[in-house]
Design a protein around this ligand. Structure first.
Ligand SMILES: Nc1nc2c(ncn2[C@@H]2O[C@H](COP(=O)(O)OP(=O)(O)OP(=O)(O)O)[C@@H](O)[C@H]2O)c(=O)[nH]1
Ligand SMILES: [Mg+2]
Length: 414
């Protein structure tokens, strides 16, 4: 990682800020690299970016581009969602680039609905269009752009496709049209809190409606922001009064459900699924991998295969062949013979080929013992990562850890 710094960097605070936002594992960090030349860790499992990174984009040397951790939903709950929410609240955010997943438009639009409520101008990078195409999914970017009222650019971040079009589209960034109204009771509460925020402590960039929805949903970052505003007592008093009637604890799930309905409806009108392409073996395996019941036997199976390849083939067969047969029988006797016949100083010969010698122990262990194990481990790791299994595994881990109040997605990057 080179010059990416934390959002509190004083030098950058004066610059206008743009941010990449989106779900985990959709390609935000790859796009960040394309747009700024700054490398941040990229990997094929969610939760890789856990703090906000910042760099100067190539398209505007006066601006500052943020790479944010993926958000599953807002109101924020996990640490990475909170980091993203903090950036939205406290940065001089002029434009958002929502990085969407073309093969899962419904989920993408769920987040768009929320960004629309926050009222920051945005463009959408509809990423992973290559994977969508391979699955027979086509998204009509023009129709989607028209429906949302923001530029939508199809991209393949890994290949750099669409990146210059995305840069040009930033000029036309706009606040998306609202995707939905919630049920009337909730809308009444939202309107009340919204009015109070507008009157008492308007945010310089974020729309009061979005803040009201997040505050009602108990977003901890919005609550902290409100608490820090001088005139926010009436807002906070109104929020406290709302607690009982609408059951604020169940609100995030309710908001997500209502947004989900609107997102689904729009996604359906702009997506085309080629016949017969949606039931491939890989999709079936993907579904089994995150299944509540079948995910576990699959995990055991994967672990067993990894054990066979790394523990059995790498650490036993390969190490046996290299250490005992090749080094033990062929190479080491030859090296010992060569050294003892050429070096007459006994301690020096011992240092190289004695029982604990540089060659007999150091090189032999490094090349014949460690190398096969490390090589097979990283081969197995690479295949699992490229297969997309890790992102599924993080879903299972998250489910398990959530039961004890922890964020299981953090297991994999760790
Ligand atoms: N096929 C394909 N893969 C992509 C594309 N963009 C990114 N990827 C891959 O998707 C994976 C995730 O990319 P990241 O950039 O780490 O995703 P992120 O959104 O930053 O993820 P978090 O930091 O976990 O929120 C990596 O394996 C990328 O190589 C794309 O357009 N097509
Ligand atoms: Mg990232």
């Amino acid at each position: 990682m080179d010059c990416a710094t934390s959002p509190s960097s004083a030098a950058a605070a004066a610059l206008r800020t743009l941010a990449l936002v989106g779900h985990p594992n959709v390609g935000k960090s790859v796009l960040f690299h394309r747009l700024t030349g700054t490398y941040v860790t990229v990997s094929n499992y969610p939760g890789t970016t856990v703090e906000v990174s910042r760099a100067t984009p190539r398209f505007d040397r006066e601006a500052s581009l943020l790479d944010t951790p993926g958000v599953l939903a807002l109101p924020s709950r996990s640490d990475d969602e909170r980091a993203t929410m903090r950036a939205l609240l406290h940065e001089d955010m002029r434009t958002l680039i929502q990085v969407g997943d073309a093969k899962n438009l419904r989920r993408t639009l769920n987040l768009t609905a929320l960004l629309a409520e926050l009222g920051v101008p945005m463009v959408m990078a509809l990423n992973m269009t290559d994977e969508a195409k391979a699955r027979g999914v086509t998204v009509d970017a023009e129709a989607l752009s028209e429906a949302l009222g923001v530029p939508v650019v199809a991209t393949v971040a890994t290949g750099g496709e669409g990146v210059s079009a995305l840069t040009e589209a930033l000029q036309r960034a706009a606040v998306p049209a609202p995707l939905l109204r919630y049920d009337p009771v909730l809308e009444r509460d939202i309107a009340r809190v919204e009015q109070l925020i507008l009157a008492q402590c308007p945010h310089p960039r974020l729309a009061a409606r979005g803040l009201a929805i997040l505050a009602i949903g108990r977003d901890p970052e919005v609550e902290a922001w409100l608490a820090a505003q001088a005139n926010s007592e009436t807002v906070r008093a109104a929020l406290a009064e709302l607690t009982a009637p609408i059951g604020r604890d169940s609100l995030p799930a309710r908001l997500a459900r209502e947004r989900g309905g609107a997102a689904e409806a729009l996604a359906r009108t702009v997506t085309q699924q080629a016949a017969g392409k949606d039931r491939t073996l890989s999709m079936l395996l993907g579904r089994i991998a995150v299944h509540r019941l079948w995910g576990w036997p699959m995990l055991l199976g994967v672990l067993y295969l990894v054990y066979l390849f790394v523990g059995d083939f790498g650490a036993s067969t390969l190490v046996g062949l290299l250490e005992e047969d090749f080094f033990g029988e062929v190479l080491n006797p030859a090296v010992t013979e060569f050294v003892t016949s050429h070096i007459s100083t006994p301690w020096l010969a011992d240092l190289i080929v004695g029982e604990y010698g540089l060659w007999t122990m150091g090189m032999t262990y490094a090349l014949a013992l460690i190398l096969p194990i490390v090589t097979t481990f990283f081969l197995a790791f690479g295949v699992l990562e490229d297969s997309g299994y890790f992102s599924r595994l993080s879903v299972i881990a998250n489910r398990m850890f959530a039961a004890i109040g922890l964020n299981g997605r953090a297991v994999l990057p760790m």
